[in-house]
Design a protein around this ligand. Structure first.
Ligand SMILES: Nc1ncnc2c1ncn2[C@@H]1O[C@H](COP(=O)(O)OP(=O)(O)OP(=O)(O)O)[C@@H](O)[C@H]1O
Length: 278
């Protein structure tokens, strides 16, 4: 009897411990996995993970159906892949480790920032845009949402400064060495300037639009980022999202679109966009 009571108490204690420790454990793993997915999104690694998932499922199915030869072949392929992966993805791995060490891993995406901070950032972008529009200063400002833009950030020059209208205007002044190309904003930081974006090949774009606008549309076709363009020729302000170009925006229209498009994403929509075709 005594023994049974002791066993029960022991079990209860272990169950209590299991609950708290397991929940913390699961939360940590979920957070790390989520951040890892955000990190690799938009990079070549996404395609690779999809390929690996297919291979894993095929291996499991072949084992279940006793397809011995197919199963053996798939297992050999997996072994070769595991050895080849660190070599092929060496740049991505290095970047991920650098990010982890540099603290970028924990940068809060724009869409998940506190509302006041996001609203302050939008105001700075709108203020810079209006000033540059009035002075006909060409500009291309990219705001990262869920898709990681690390590969594009790497094409430019690292800035890593707090976003302000003054900083943006300073970068795009025509004599500035950083004025050519795009700036990319990640969270509340201006990550890099002079970045090269992919050009859109769309035939639906007006002929009067040059490469600055094509670059903004191109980026928005390949990622979920928002890009704001100020035309050097006309001072007109445009915004792109998902391949759509919103042209000749007033200050209020630009502000409202930014508020709308940068509103917080749910984890579900973030994850579903991770698996969208690029
Ligand atoms: N692939 C690119 N990525 C980022 N920026 C680019 C890219 N291609 C061009 N640009 C920027 O666009 C500028 C050239 O703009 P261009 O006059 O061709 O475009 P536009 O759409 O007509 O704009 P604007 O109305 O300002 O003249 C370049 O100096 C450069 O700063």
């Amino acid at each position: 009897m005594e023994y049974l009571r002791g066993l029960k108490e022991n079990l209860n204690l272990n169950l209590d411990l299991f609950n708290i420790v397991s929940i913390i454990d699961i939360l940590i793993v979920a957070f790390v996995l989520y951040r890892l997915m955000m990190l690799i999104q938009g990079s070549r690694a996404v395609q690779l993970i999809k390929g690996l998932a297919v291979l894993l499922v095929a291996t499991a199915v072949s084992s279940l159906l006793n397809l011995n030869t197919v199963h053996w072949l798939l297992r050999q392929a997996m072994t070769v892949l595991v050895v080849a992966l660190p070599i092929v993805f060496q740049p991505e791995l290095r970047r991920a480790l650098e990010k982890l060490g540099g603290g970028d891993f924990f940068v809060r995406p724009l869409t998940q920032m506190a509302e006041d901070d996001r609203s302050a950032l939008i105001n700075e972008v709108v203020r810079a845009t209006q000033n540059m529009s009035a002075s006909r200063t060409g500009a291309l400002i990219v705001l990262e949402r869920v898709t990681g833009l690390q590969e594009l950030i790497d094409t430019g020059i690292k800035v890593d400064g707090l976003v302000s209208a003054e900083l943006l205007m300073n970068i795009f002044i025509s004599k500035s060495p950083l004025h050519d190309g795009a700036v990319i904003i990640r969270g509340d930081r201006l990550a890099a300037a002079a970045c090269v974006l992919p050009l859109s090949e769309s035939r639906h774009l007006s002929r009067e639009l040059g490469t600055r606008h094509r670059a903004a549309v191109g980026l928005s076709e390949q990622s979920d980022a928002v890009a704001v363009v100020v035309s050097e020729e006309t001072g007109a302000v445009s915004l792109t999202l998902e391949g759509i170009l919103y042209r000749r925006l007033t200050e209020v229209e630009l502000h409202d679109l930014l508020v709308k498009f940068l509103k917080p994403t749910t984890t579900r929509s973030a994850l579903s966009s991770l698996w969208q075709k690029r």
